[in-house]
Ligand binder design. Sequence first.
Ligand SMILES: C[S@@+](CC[C@H](N)C(=O)[O-])C[C@H]1O[C@@H](n2cnc3c(N)ncnc32)[C@H](O)[C@@H]1O
Length: 252
Amino acid sequence: MGSAAERWAELQSGRGVPPEILAQAPVSPWTHDPADFVAPAVPADTPSREAGLALVGPSGTVLDVGCGGGDAAFALVGPLVHATGVDRQQDMLDLFEAGADVRRVPARTVLGPWPEAVGEAGTADVVVSHHVLHNVVDLPPFLAALTEAAGRGVVVEMLSEHPMAWLDPLWVRFHDLLRPDPATVDDAVAVLREQGIDPEVTRWARDRRPPHDPTWVARRLCLPTDRVPEVAAALADLPPRTTEAATLTWHS
Ligand SMILES: C[S@@+](CC[C@H](N)C(=O)[O-])C[C@H]1O[C@@H](n2cnc3c(N)ncnc32)[C@H](O)[C@@H]1O
């Protein structure tokens, strides 16, 4: 096996959907639904929030990469004086802007994929990126741009393994597709170490879990809605989705 970055890319590429299966998908299995990413009115008290608040200090600006509805940035309301949200989905940026308005946080948004959006996004005191790394194949430029954009430091939150790994037995069952092992937190940390960064890693159990009802799972599996009852039956045999999360923090 080559570098940690190559290992990450190989594991992530193994998560792709073969074109012949994708061609049959009634809707994209990749697009996130903004309704699933509304930031809570009262932020959860998590190690990521604690790490973010420590870096922001009495006041500071925040750049939220892969912001969704701004769960990561808006957990820092109080000392947060300005929030920039970057996302490749406009509907997520609309949600982020609405969240900033409600909280009276000055904000701006940048549409585009990271790290390509780094120039337009500019810098902030603190960069946060929650639940995005498992979407990324080429990790080194993604991580380097997070560090580059941060005046003080970076907080990354991720699940302990690829968030779709729990569905691997269903890919075998419905598509006869054997998935390779998923990338893990340790794999991401190894890539950071190749960049000379030794992050502080806090492992914890996440309360809030994204949806995983049979309709949502059928979409992820590229199956039509008439297969939802079969998916529901198959889900009953699966162990529950992991709630193990990790917060990775480093100074820039
Ligand atoms: C799982 S959601 C997490 C949203 C939010 N950070 C949270 O924790 O609730 C991932 C988000 O990252 C966005 N995303 C994924 N890869 C991205 C990339 N390379 N550049 C920008 N946005 C990205 C998706 O559009 C989606 O809104």
